[in-house]
Write a protein that binds this ligand. Structure first.
Ligand code: NAI
Ligand code: MG
Length: 503
């Protein structure tokens, strides 16, 4: 706990967030808060300043093994399998209540650690996580099988049961640290799995604080284990561990492929939520004000660090100039600043690594002849800030068009007046990814026809970035395997058993 002599980390942090930041940080294994076995720690940075905030344990394969064995014991023989579904649901609901009571604290921690505007974390990240736990708590009592008529004869009774898959490894990224923890933990716990969750090394704070609320809510020891550490030293041994039954990962497509390979040792089940290069497609009959504001927020929300960011903007040639200048105007007016400043609309990128990566894309765009209509300039001074950027004069084959940038950078292309929906869809689908898309039009028929043609797990019409705990989310193509949220995600955490009785 914080002592009277603890430094005040940032005067804009409330007392609770300050106390947490200045406390000793420990991982959560087998119901105990613990340091890394090797005694090592690593720094957590404030991306608005580049300064160190605090140190957290640097977990490695020894800690992974401890956590997996704890989760194994809790699944195979502990209090968890013995607990009624109703009680499991109540624990999840209690966790949601606790989280909600600490909304300001979590929003501040998330902003400090990730850089995102605290005003957004307070109305998006934290409430969506609360809602996810509440929604999933209801499923605890509703993971049901069915009775199945057999053609083999009617002197059989056949039914299916859904059983929890077992010990689940969950590896999450840094763009929505708390929300990604909720997306992963909620459904796994609801159906009765036990979990080892590895937080992103860039943003461990809200996950570690959540572990304290998990303890406070009263989950039995070993049901949830929370590790901090790096990808190769901590994530890789977790994904490969033989006592893990399933691994769920969110992050880069590159690491997603490594996870799939690591899982082959014991053929553990795998779900992956990976990158995207999602199109936002504006038809000439769209409500232009809404479409322009929507296309801007589709890419600039969360500093563009969203797997489903609307990073390829397509506009009909008759409205292309209007759309590009409209989005660029908005880009020029967005208030950039430190996340903890309540008036900030766009914060820094999460890390020096992401800052270098996104600047590399801007350089590549410049070299390959893109026209910068907004942003694009190197940002001087401290912190990892990248101004909202709009590029036109781009075409497929250019890196900025083909690859995920994961920053506040959009590439705009027009489509021809004579392009039919098939050709337009082919343009929109021209990507290795297939996570999401938005279509902006007043033509209800064109909207649904496009929704059919787009190869992506989510299609938004006249909106973008709308999420709900009840809505499945996930990718076609190299955007991933499986779905998160909704009833759909429960399939990722259960095995189906068919039982047949000769009567
Ligand atoms: P990453 O995929 O390396 O990291 C995500 C998580 O995987 C972290 O917890 C990390 O520690 C872990 N990890 C890394 N290597 C691992 C390994 N070999 N085995 C097991 N776990 C491992 O992503 P990174 O490097 O932070 O970002 C790179 C790019 O990935 C971004 O620029 C963006 O394009 C994409 N990305 C996509 C996200 C999404 O929401 N789909 C989220 C974060 C990044
Ligand atoms: Mg990486």
């Amino acid at each position: 706990m914080a002592t009277a002599t603890s430094p005040i980390v940032d005067s804009r942090l409330g007392a609770a967030a300050s106390a947490f930041v200045t406390s000793k940080h420990q991982m959560y294994i087998d119901g105990k808060f613990t340091s890394a076995s090797a005694g090592k720690t690593f720094p957590v940075y404030n991306p608005a300043t580049g300064e160190e905030i605090c140190q957290v344990p640097e977990g490695d394969h020894v800690d992974v093994d401890r956590a997996v064995r704890a989760a194994r014991r809790a699944f195979d023989g502990g209090a968890w399998p013995a607990m009624s579904p109703s009680k499991r649901g109540q624990l999840l609901y209690r966790l949601a209540d606790l989280l909600e009571q600490h909304t300001d604290e979590f929003a501040e921690l998330e902003s400090l650690d990730n850089g995102k505007p605290v005003s957004i974390a307070r109305v998006a990240d934290v409430p969506l996580a609360v809602d996810l736990f509440r929604y999933m708590s209801g499923w605890a009592t509703k993971t049901m099988g069915s009775t199945i008529p057999l053609s083999a004869g009617n002197d059989f009774l056949s039914y299916t049961v859904r059983e929890p898959i077992g010990v689940v490894a969950q590896i999450i990224p840094w763009n929505f640290p708390l929300l990604m923890a909720a997306w992963k933990l909620g459904p796994a716990l609801a159906v009765g799995c036990t979990v080892v969750l590895k937080l992103a090394e860039q943003t461990p704070l809200t996950g570690l604080r959540l572990a304290q609320l998990i303890e406070e809510a009263g989950f039995p020891a070993g049901v949830v284990n929370v590790l901090t550490g790096f990808g190769e030293a901590c994530g890789a041994p977790l994904a490969a561990h033989d006592l893990v039954d399933k691994v769920a990962f969110t992050g880069s497509t590159e690491v997603g492929k490594l996870i799939a390979k690591a899982a082959t040792g014991n053929l553990k089940k795998v779900t992956l939520e990976l990158g995207g290069k999602s199109p936002a497609i504006i038809f000439p009959d769209a409500d232009m004000d809404a479409a322009i504001a929507g296309a801007a927020s589709a890419i600039f929300f969360n500093q563009g660090q969203c797997c489903c960011a609307g990073s390829r903007l397509f506009a009909h040639e008759s409205v292309f100039d209007q759309v590009v200048s409209g989005v660029s105007d908005i880009a020029g007016k967005i208030k950039m600043g430190e996340g903890l400043d309540p008036s900030t609309e766009l914060g820094p990128l999460v890390s020096d690594e992401q800052f270098a990566r996104v600047n590399g894309f801007l350089k590549s765009g410049r070299e390959q002849g893109a026209k910068f209509v907004a942003g694009g300039k190197e940002h001087g001074g401290r912190g990892y800030f990248v101004a909202p950027t709009v590029m036109s004069g781009v075409k497929p084959g250019m890196k900025v068009v083909d690859e995920e940038i994961f920053g506040p950078v959009v590439v705009a292309q027009s489509f021809a007046s004579d392009a039919d929906l098939d050709r337009l869809a082919a343009q929109a689908n021209d990507s290795i990814y297939g996570l999401a898309a938005s279509v902006w039009t007043r033509d209800i028929s064109a909207a649904h026809k496009m929704a059919r043609r787009i190869k992506a797990g989510t299609v938004w019409v006249n909106c973008h970035n709308v999420f709900d705990a009840a809505l499945p989310f996930g990718g076609y193509k190299q955007s991933g395997w499986g779905r998160e949220m909704g009833a759909e995600v429960l399939n990722n955490y259960t095995e189906v058993k068919a039982v047949t009785v000769k009567l």
